[in-house]
Design a protein around this ligand. Structure first.
Ligand code: ACK
Length: 979
């Protein structure tokens, strides 16, 4: 039995027992052999016929060992006196048990008086049921406690006073709490106290490579049980618990703290060679900052900042840059700006003096922008911008920086006085003198104006390249405030002082006012008559539409559109005129687009291919002005008239727009056939026949989708939101004019060198024919499915609300740096999943606020989608309050389906990683225990980082692909393809 220590067991004694009997004819020792040839020692006595019996049987001396209390277990039979005839009066049914403690193991003569009685032993109740006929004797077991015992040993003695007894075995033992290991501490064999109500408190000793956390203790109970464990030991640094012991961490693993935790794999860019490592050492070129925990990956200094830009005006120089492509794996990125003022000769530079002010400061900048003030005019400054992080100090390499040189000459480009040339009831013509600086590359002028009464709460603005402008759409007899600023390739100037001019109160308009009064009076007097007149009027205009259409001016057409309800113009905002309402499309082109003399155009190179012909870049000369960069869309030779009309249709549309976020039309070349031979081609001879051209402003960074893909992860969230704000503003303008774009997508947005985004690609025919994304729908239309609202796909209900849906997709494209919406899902699956309520999840690192706006744009009910005006003001608020962008949609993966799924498209992790060109991470996935695609499908961005994917672009690619996997899986599951 566990927890007992036997001092004597007569059943295990092989030889003679050698117990003494007094007198000799009392107890009888009988030794028989069992079937295994082991002796069975039995003591019998049965002098029931004779009176006054006093027979003693004495054991050998029993060594007490550590016992304080011993237990004596007796197995015996006793005969019932009634079952023996003629014995009444002499026969007894009990015997007595005695003990005597002594240090002497070889006792002298037996003296009963020395013995202390333990108990009188009787048989239990089965005794009376003994069946003597069958000679079945019932074996009794009785246990008695003896103690406390303190001498070296003791004797037991059995006194018979006239019973018939067979003593079959005697076992003597004591109880102890056995050696044990608990909570990494060992506790020795412990003998309990004699007093059964008090426990022995035992202090444990920590096992090897463990240390105490609160003294480990156990209590030994009287029955030999360990009770109430308290305190514990934990494995020391470099060791982990395995099967109750502390084992050393394996190479490549470490444990930096003592505790009940396992050894961890060395963090990225660190290693441990030997066993029992308490820390992993950084790889060459990587460091740990003083406060970095040992669990953190080793990191390195960042690469220098990128894309440093400056914006200069009279008083301020704003420097702005993009964060480094490699942050070194840290978040504590800061920037230092060092200023040098340089003389005319190269190398004549000295550090800038203290007069230059940096806001907020020159060193330790956390944002990637700084404003420089109090600089000298007409000086050259070089700013060296370096990125730093928490380990920059530790690297011995010189810190890389990005430098930009700014000449403050460019700041002085204020224009002269703003002069009123004339004013009418609704218009005011202004002009000014151009800045007197030939080196200045003026891009255009911006005129800001507002009603004086309304202060500056809301204002309008317009741009012009010429030093004059006619501002239309003004209220009569109203005082307006105007100011002007210049834009050069270096940025904007400050605004000029304010000038106030008033519109006239022209009496010629009184007539029409009276006319309106007359109609109202007529209506009041005879409403019914008026109804008949109006009905007749609409009938006639309906019939005569073909005639009116060909005769109408654009103003008339605007009015017609408004009345027909096609457009929803805001008061004072121009309305879009559909060029198709012109009988002769050429008339529309000439109404809305300037004809450019092709000799003013210089084509330099081909930059792309459009549906109608090549797209080239080049220069446009305007008399009295500097050349400007332009993009030239050409119509390839051999065109038919319908192609020419469709091609120029875009110009007729674009020419109606004037907004900083809509691509600006410079003009068209339509009379080229007559001008054959007069072209100024730099690189190629004249084409035959010379092409028809559309000339638009040049956008240095090309289309937004490829621009973002080529600059993955390069921009701050604020920069991305700035781009989105621009697009929303352009779309607001279009929707205010009643124009529905139908093909709003990142590929149809162009980006200039200042990251200004402009909506381009106008004209319905393009949607139908040219866009490679457009697919035929069941209703026969050709539609860019992934970008288009469900109602437009199903029943061609295009509206500004369907443009809002597309805008949400553009937001997603921007925030995911040009990822393909719905990844590689088929168009059919996209339609189905949208129908079932699925919406694109937030791209990695996307602020919650932006994903919410996307989801808002993707409401099924189109009336519930946000209006562009609301989107612009929402994005403005985000930009003004950047902390609202801090909350990211981190948990980008939806809850896992938790089922074992068969992935039809990839067989192994290796195949999957190969397919997304991330094969280099195969080992990382396997080492981290991600060995099945099921487990991969449940990975979070945190998991991807933890397994050692440090580069943001790679994290993004892997996480996007995990999302694709999951989407496809969910879809497969729905279709019942999974196992
Ligand atoms: O992505 P990209 O460089 O930008 O390639 C396409 C190509 O022409 C065919 O459309 C580029 N592109 C179109 N319009 C312009 C423009 N106004 N300025 C610069 N690039 C343009 C577009």
């Amino acid at each position: 039995m566990l927890g007992t220590l036997v001092l004597l067991d007569t059943t295990t004694v092989l030889g003679e027992l050698g117990w003494k009997t007094y007198p000799i004819n009392g107890w009888d020792a009988i030794t028989e052999m069992d079937e295994h040839n082991r002796p069975i020692h039995t003591f019998q006595v049965c002098n029931v016929m004779e009176p006054n019996q006093n027979n003693w049987l004495r054991s050998n001396w029993i060594f007490r060992q550590a016992a304080q209390k011993v237990y004596v277990e007796l197995r015996f039979t006793l005969r019932d006196c009634n079952s023996i005839p003629w014995v009444s009066g002499t026969c007894k049914e009990t015997f007595n048990l005695f003990y005597h403690e002594t240090d002497e193991s070889h006792g002298g003569a037996f003296k009963p008086a020395q013995y202390t009685k333990i108990d009188t032993i009787a048989a239990d109740e089965s005794f009376t049921q003994m069946d003597l006929g069958d000679r079945i004797l019932k074996l009794n077991t009785e246990v008695r406690e003896v103690g406390p015992v303190s001498r070296k040993g003791f004797y037991l003695a059995f006194q018979d006073i006239g019973a018939c007894i067979a003593l079959v075995s005697v076992r003597v033992y004591y109880k102890k709490c056995p050696f044990t290991l608990r909570n990494l501490a060992s506790f020795p064999d412990t003998v309990p106290r004699v007093d059964s109500s008090s426990l022995v408190e035992v202090r444990g000793a920590c096992v090897d490579h463990a240390e105490e956390r609160d003294t480990p203790k156990l209590y030994c109970g009287a029955d030999g049980d360990w009770l109430v464990p308290l305190g514990k030991c934990v494995c020391s640094m470099g060791y982990e618990e395995i099967d109750g012991a502390c084992a050393a961490c394996k190479p490549g693993f470490y444990k930096a703290f003592a505790g009940n935790i396992k050894c961890s794999k060395c963090p990225p860019h660190s290693y441990s060679y030997g066993e029992g490592a308490i820390l992993c050492h950084c790889e060459k070129g990587f460091y740990r900052a003083e406060k970095d925990p040992p669990t953190m990956a080793c990191t390195r200094p960042p690469s220098p900042p990128r894309n440093v830009l400056f914006h200069l005006n009279d008083t301020c120089l704003l420097l702005e840059w993009s964060p480094p492509s490699d942050t070194g794996g840290r978040r504590d990125l800061t920037y230092n700006v060092l200023c040098k003022r340089c003389g005319p000769q190269p190398g004549q530079c000295q550090l800038c003096g203290e007069e230059l002010r940096f806001v907020p400061r020159p060193q330790g900048l956390t944002n990637s922008t700084v404003t420089v003030m109090d600089f000298s005019a007409r000086a050259n400054y070089t700013f060296e911008i370096e990125s730093l992080n928490g380990v920059s100090e530790m690297s011995h390499f010189p810190r890389p920086f990005t430098a930009i040189t700014v000449s403050t000459d460019q700041g002085a480009f204020m224009v002269g006085m703003l002069k009123k040339d004339w004013a009418s009831q609704n218009s005011i013509a202004l002009s000014w003198l151009e800045p007197d600086l030939p080196s200045l590359n003026v891009v255009d002028y911006e005129i800001k104006y507002y009603e004086k009464e309304h202060e500056e709460l809301s204002y309008s603005s317009t741009r012009t390249k010429a030093p004059s402008v006619i501002i239309t759409g003004l209220k009569p007899s109203t005082c307006y405030v105007f100011s002007l600023r210049t834009r050069t390739s270096a940025g904007h100037s400050a605004y000029s002082p304010k000038y106030e001019y008033e519109t006239t109160d022209d009496t010629s308009d009184m007539a029409s006012d009276q006319g309106q009064v007359l109609v109202i009076v007529t209506a009041a007097v005879g409403g019914f008559t008026l109804l008949i007149i109006l009905t007749l009027f609409f009938l006639i205009t309906g019939r005569c539409q073909w005639y009116i259409k060909s005769k109408m001016s654009s103003e008339d057409k605007r009015r017609t559109n408004y009345q027909n309800g096609h457009a929803l113009p805001y008061p004072g905002v121009k309305t879009y005129v559909d060029p198709d309402t012109y009988e002769d499309p050429a008339q529309a082109v000439h109404e809305f687009a300037k004809e450019i003399d092709p000799t003013r155009i210089r084509i330099e190179r081909v930059i792309g291919a459009g549906e109608f012909g090549e797209v080239c870049s080049g220069r446009l000369r305007t008399p009295g002005k500097r050349e400007t960069a332009v993009a030239i869309k050409t119509l390839k030779g051999g065109y038919v008239e319908r192609q020419r009309r469709d091609f120029l249709r875009e110009a007729s549309i674009m020419g109606q727009f004037d907004h900083p976020n809509i691509i600006r039309l410079e003009g068209v070349v339509t009379k080229s056939k007559e001008l054959h031979g007069k072209f100024l081609f730099l690189s190629s001879p004249p084409l035959s026949p010379p092409p028809v051209m559309i000339v638009v402003e040049y956008m240095e960074n090309g289309s937004l989708d490829s621009f973002l893909r080529n600059h993955d992860g390069h921009f701050t969230v604020i920069q991305l939101v700035g781009m989105l704000r621009g697009i929303a503003s352009g779309m607001k303008y279009l929707s205010d004019m009643g124009y529905v774009h139908r093909d709003l997508a990142a590929r149809n947005i162009l980006v200039n060198s200042n990251l200004v985004c402009k909506v381009s690609d106008f004209g319905l025919s393009r949607v139908l024919e040219d866009d490679p994304e457009a697919a035929y729908t069941t209703t026969g239309g050709k539609i860019p499915i992934r970008w288009t609202a469900p109602e437009a796909i199903s029943y061609r209900k295009f509206s500004s609300a369907s443009d809002a849906w597309s805008y949400g997709i553009v937001m997603w494209e921007v925030m995911s740096y040009g990822e393909r919406p719905y990844w590689e899902m088929s168009n059919q699956d996209v339609i189905l999943s949208i129908e079932e309520g699925y919406r694109l999840p937030a791209p990695m690192g996307c602020p919650v606020a932006l994903h919410q706006l996307m989801l808002h744009c993707w409401q099924k009910e189109r009336s519930q989608r946000p209006k562009f005006i609301d989107m612009v003001s929402f994005l403005d608020k985000l930009i003004r309050n950047p902390s609202s962008l801090l909350a990211l949609v981190e948990d980008i993966l939806p809850d896992s389906p938790g089922e074992v799924v068969d992935y039809p498209m990839f067989i192994s992790i290796g195949d999957w990683l190969d397919s997304i060109k991330m094969s280099q991470y195969k080992n990382s996935f396997v080492a981290a225990g991600f060995s099945t695609l099921d487990s991969v499908a449940q990975m979070t961005i945190e998991d991807v980082r933890r397994i050692g994917v440090v580069l943001i672009g790679h994290q993004r690619r892997i996480v996007s692909s995990i999302q694709t996997l999951r989407l496809q899986l969910l879809h497969e599951q729905e279709k019942g393809f999974h196992v």
